[in-house]
Each structure stands twice: as structure tokens, then as C-alpha cells.
Design a protein around this ligand. Sequence first.
Ligand code: NAD
Ligand code: G6P
Ligand code: MN
Length: 442
Amino acid sequence: MNKSFSICIAGGGSTYTPGIVLMLLDRLEQFPLRQIKFYDDDKERQEVIALACDLLIKEKAPHIKFSYTTDPKEAFSDIDFVMAHIRVGKFKMRSLDERIPLKYGVVGQETCGPGGIAYGMRSIGPMIELIDYMEEYSPNAWMLNYSNPAAIVAEATRRLKPNSKIINICDMPVSIESRMAEILGLESRKELDVRYYGLNHFGWFTDIKTQAGEDLMPRLKEYVKEHGYLLQDDQKAKEEHSWGETYLAAKDTYLLDPETLPNTYLQYYLYPDAIVKHSDINYTRTDEVINHREKQVFEEARKLIETKDVANSKFHIGHHADFIVDLARAIGFNTKERMLLIVENQGAIENFDSDAMVEIPCLVGNEGFEKLSIGSIPRFQKGMMEQQIAVEKLVVEAWIDQSYHKLWQALTMSKTVPSATVAKQILDDLIAANQEYWPQLK
Ligand code: NAD
Ligand code: G6P
Ligand code: MN
């Protein structure tokens, strides 16, 4: 097959952009490219990443046409795939999403609880705008979206853009699978045959086998019971302390249902008290990211621009980039690989809302995805998911109707929030902080 693709990375200034570019350059034989464009609404931030990536591309694949812009028409014309990872409100607003709930003793997190709700209210408009640009300038393109909060973005696109070619994804399950592979002494997560279901950042692994059919769950459970998903190497990474805590905490989450292995994000719903106790309102995850991932990526980019020493550049390239490139390739070359995607349920989980956006295995090909059937799920998971899906749907309804009440209901419904009183206090603070970004609520 003689295909060659054109990609737009939306959120060109993201800390994840260099990793994705390097992965694309690494995979050119399996997934040939003719063009890469970056799009961002922050010209200066994007430029640093773009000038560094330009050097990488020129060195490794000079035939690829590269450009970066803040102009939507330029960015979205002549594109086959948009890889989106925008952070609406950037780290400044993420920090408030984390700190405002903590002020009231409630979990402060990027995608879970009130912080995720606030971020959702900011992201819906700009994400719909990105889809509009893609549909106007490259109507046949696919958008592969990592932008968070993916659950709320997915529900918003289901409601507002039901026919658009967007696939929402998350790298948490593949990160956990990589850890599982390491725990088991396997080379790659791709050796695992995985069954999983849930909502985004809210799911469970039900089966992990080798491709030959050997059941790996007993060995994994033994490990997780003791260490969660924490690996030896994690102990060293002090700057990523909170991720260490998160991987370890999976052992407590696991106790709730020893039949399955949990997504790490369930900790925020099952042990919110412990999370709040371990949080420092003056140094949240945003501070960690700014002082570590963001710092590293931008220092590395600036160094590369100055030295032009491509051979010694040290950008991180991992499963996050691997997953999105695999997904594009599966669509481009109709590979029918099995991947976890966030899609409309429509009966895949038999005893769950048909119009819920769920995260389940799908076969990916040139027409998009075909969902695999999950069957019925147990009472515990179903109950938790019903509460959480109600939150996500209420947020999207609140955004569409500009409804204060629906958003108050959403916050109150979240398992992370103890009462309607606390929900209202947090909501009023979030409204004040998000004036620039949220629709005016009535
Ligand atoms: P970042 O702040 O470094 O990058 C985001 C970029 O988006 C910034 O350069 C910013 O200027 C740009 N941006 C913001 N609003 C925009 C808009 N309306 N139009 C165009 N560009 C815009 O953030 P990061 O830490 O690299 O993360 C990027 C995004 O990817 C976040 O939403 C994060 O939550 C998400 N993410 C998701 C997953 C997942 O599992 N789904 C995994 C990793 C990261
Ligand atoms: C995981 C999640 C993402 C999240 C990312 C980064 O991979 O799946 O949704 O954005 O972690 O989180 P961090 O706190 O490191 O920015
Ligand atoms: Mn995620």
C-alpha cells in the first residue's frame, strides 16, 4: 500500500508533543507521513516546541513538510488526522481546579471530582471549535483526542457533534498494562490480551491473559495486593512522588473487588478522605508537573534549539505516544487491532445506559471502531458508574443550558463531594475563578 499521511497536532505547545513527534518519526515505515503541522492558541509556547521538533524532523525525515501556526485554516487544511491534546486554561487554571476543592476538604484533581467538572466546563467549547475547524477544512479527517477531561469531552461531542469523526482516548489503561507487563517479566504490554470496562478514569480490568490464553490474573493479583502497580524504579523518581503514591494506592482500591484489577483513578472516589489528607494545597500535582515534566520538556527544547545536537536530545517517548500512533495507523491501514476507546455504549455493556460514553475494547479499522460486547456487569461497578455517568451528563447539560442548578446537581452527585452545601460553596468559587472560560450560568 502506498499511503502517506498528513497530521495536525492540536495543542502543539503541549509537553507531550515532542514524544508524539519522535514516535511518529520512529514508525515511518509502518505509518508513512508527508506532513506534520502544529496548532496552538499560544504562539510563544508552541514556538519553542515547534523549533525543537523542526530540528528532529529535518534530521530524521527531511521529506516531511513541517509547519506550525495559530491560524485554524492553515492548521486544519489538507489533514488526515488531528491528534488533539489541548489544556484549556493551561496550568494556571488546573492549579485552581485542584486548590479550590481542597479548600473545602474535597479532592482536588485534574479530571476527577469538582476539578474535573470545572475543567470540563472550560474544555467543551474549544473542543467543539476544533471539530468545527477540522470538518470545515478537512472533512474526511479523524480527530484522535487526548484532551481532558476525556469523559466530559466525549459526552459533549456525543451530544453536540454526534456524527463527527472523533475518537476519545486515554493512556491510563495502557500505562497500567505496561506496568503489568513489567511485573510479569514480559517485554511489552502488547503481549497481553486485555479485557476491561468502565467509564474514562473509572474502570476495571476483568481479564489479563497471554495471547496463547494463559491466565495472568492470579500472578498480577498477588503483586497488586502487596504493591499496587508500584515498580522498583518508581522509588527513585522523587519529582513524581504523587504518581508513586497513586500506583501504590491501587492495592487499597483492589481490596474493594478482588475479582478485578482497578484503574488507578478509582482511588479518588473510593478513598477521597485519604487523598485529601495526603494533599498539600500549597503544592498540588500542578506544581509537580510545572517543576518536572514541563520544566524538563521546555529546557530540553531550548537546549536543542541552541545546540542543534539532535543526536543527544532526550525527550521522553513512551506508551502515551505509542497508543495514539497505533490508533492512527489502525485507521489508516485498517488493521482491526483491539484497543480501549471511549465510545457510546449502545448495548455493549448490557445492563448499563445505552447513551453512556464508556471505555471498552474496540476493533479499529478504516471506518473507525467496532465495539466488543462486555455483557452484564456486577452491582458494585454498575452502581458506581451510574452515579459517575450522571455527573458527566449533568455537566454537559449544564454547559448547554447554561444552568447553575444542573452544575450544582453535578457537583453534589460526585462521590467526592460530601454534601449539597459543600458542593455549592465549591461551585461559587469555581464560577468566580472561571469567568473567562465558562458560559454565564443562569
Ligand atoms: P500543556 O499545557 O503542556 O499543553 C496544552 C497546550 O494546549 C498548550 O500549549 C496550550 O497553549 C494549548 N491550548 C490550550 N487551549 C487551546 C485552544 N483552545 N486551542 C489550541 N490550543 C490550546 O498540557 P499537557 O500536560 O501537555 O497536557 C495536554 C492535554 O493532554 C491535557 O488536556 C491533558 O489532560 C491531556 N492528556 C490526556 C491524557 C489522556 O489519558 N487522555 C494523557 C495525557 C495528557
Ligand atoms: C494519565 C491520565 C491522563 C492525565 C495524565 C497526566 O496518563 O490518563 O488523563 O492527563 O495521566 O497527568 P499529570 O498529572 O502527570 O499531568
Ligand atoms: Mn486519561
